[in-house]
Design a protein around this ligand. Structure first.
Ligand code: AMP
Ligand code: GLY
Length: 424
């Protein structure tokens, strides 16, 4: 079978790596891929959002399954185009992808189907939003409605911050049309966790639990990023909380998908805030999390190709998923300055030493090749991911591996997984 993976981050490197392990997969292509993916798949010079070119390639090459990594092609309707051309694809169609593509839609969906979420109001007028904030007080969270590359959410402690955020989104149009509407919501305090499921619209298969680290610096300080590290499983989700999540979040969400007649054959990522032992949904993503996917797939024993193909074909009820007992920890290495501006082109050393180790995978994100050397080309550069028999061992293995890697201005958090360790 031939598989096409769309995207170029650490998540896509992990997907390609795992798909290649399937005995049913003969060849993997990746559009556009990255320097790490090149070793496992044929990378194509096609952008992740060039839907026509991707479809043409899938037809020409006779691709059996296309797996979409990032949200942009999903919200732009790649699945609709592929299905119309009768090509098998893993991911929600445009209507399903609205769960991530519009925060207003997602919040209204949660309210309609009774999912626990922060109290909120939506606005199309900056003035009305400002009045509401002055009335409600702070802290408050402001969210641009549409996709904003993870930069459209502002957790504001003061009224001035909130007003600045509103103006940036609605007046200065920092995120273009994504900022024509905003959600203003109650600020929740608790611990975050990531809960992903596969669904074909009928059956739900939960993936292993995980926890991301959004802030750039140790101790959850500094600005939000795409994610600086993750581990799986997340001990904050104990048995009791797990069943609460299934009952209060996943069951009503599935009911909503059916009622709204969404054609959803993909992954749903619920970003949760756990407050006093209760899960609240902060956001939905219509794709695999990044970096959560890296540690989760390290722990997967089952055949990922079978799982994704069955999802795309509406046969998810036939799938059994087996996880390793081991824990996995992924530490993201970023360029100095990220999530702000950063320099590119720094030579990365030490990667060869980490190749071929059973317990370690270095997933590439922002890397490229320059005169035969691997250099940095993005904010998040690598995801050093390790398995261990428990969380301490996995953390130790990841950080030991990291010591081998060097590039000018490399940055990483030193406290990934400490929350889980403290919990023991
Ligand atoms: P989102 O993209 O909606 O998940 O928001 C990005 C990040 O903003 C989350 O991971 C949280 O850290 C934070 N956040 C979002 N909504 C809230 C909220 N209602 N209360 C507190 N923090 C939030
Ligand atoms: N790690 C957060 C995300 O994938 O959105």
């Amino acid at each position: 079978m031939k598989v096409l993976v769309i995207g170029s981050g650490g998540r896509e490197h992990a997907l390609v790596w795992k798909l290649r392990q399937s005995s049913r997969v003969d060849k993997v292509f990746c559009a556009p891929g990255n320097t790490g993916i090149v070793e496992l798949a044929e990378c194509l010079d096609i952008k992740a959002d060039d839907i026509d070119a991707l479809l043409n390639f899938a037809k020409y090459e006779g691709i059996d399954l296309t797996v979409v990594g990032p949200e942009a092609p999903l919200t732009a309707g790649i699945v609709d185009s592929f299905l119309k051309a009768e090509r098998r694809i893993f991911g929600p169609d445009k209507s399903g992808a609205r769960l991530e593509g519009s925060k207003v839609f997602a919040k209204n969906f949660m309210r309609k189907y009774g999912l626990p979420t922060a109290e909120y109001k939506t606005f199309t007028s900056c003035l009305h939003a400002e009045e509401y904030i002055r009335l409600k007080g702070v802290p408050v969270v402001i969210k641009a409605d549409g996709l904003a590359a993870g930069k459209g959410v502002f957790v504001c402690e003061t009224a001035d911050e909130a007003i600045d955020a509103l103006r940036l989104i609605m007046k200065e149009k920092a995120f273009g049309d994504a900022g024509s509407k905003v959600v203003v919501e109650q600020c929740l305090k608790g611990e975050e966790a990531s809960f992903m499921i596969l669904t074909d619209g009928k059956t739900v298969v939960p993936l292993a639990t995980s926890q991301d680290h959004k802030k750039i610096f140790d101790g959850d300080k500094g600005p939000n990023t795409g994610g600086m590290g993750a581990y799986s499983p997340a001990p904050v989700i104990d048995k009791n909380l797990y069943s609460k999540i299934m009952k209060t979040v996943i069951d009503p969400m599935m009911k909503g998908l059916k009622r709204e007649r969404m054609n959803y054959r993909g992954v749903i990522y619920a970003g949760l805030m756990i407050v006093d032992g209760k899960p609240y949904v902060l956001e939905f993503n219509c794709r695999f999390g990044d970096p959560e996917t890296q540690p989760i797939l390290m722990r997967l024993d089952s055949d990922l190709f079978d799982m994704l193909k069955a999802t795309a074909e509406g046969r998810l009820s036939e799938v059994q998923v087996i996880w390793k007992e081991d824990t996995a920890v992924c530490v993201v290495v970023s360029s100095k300055g990220y999530p702000g501006t950063y320099e590119k082109g720094k030579i990365i050393e030490g990667l060869d030493e980490l190749k071929g180790k059973r317990n370690i995978m270095v997933f590439h994100a922002g890397t490229s090749l320059n005169k035969g050397k691997i250099v940095t080309s993005g904010g998040r550069v690598l995801g050093v991911t390790a398995l261990g028999k428990d969380i301490q061992t996995a953390k130790g293995n990841a950080y030991k591996a990291l010591e081998k890697i060097h590039f000018d201005g490399m940055h990483y958090r030193t406290d990934i997984a400490d929350k889980a360790i403290k919990r023991q």
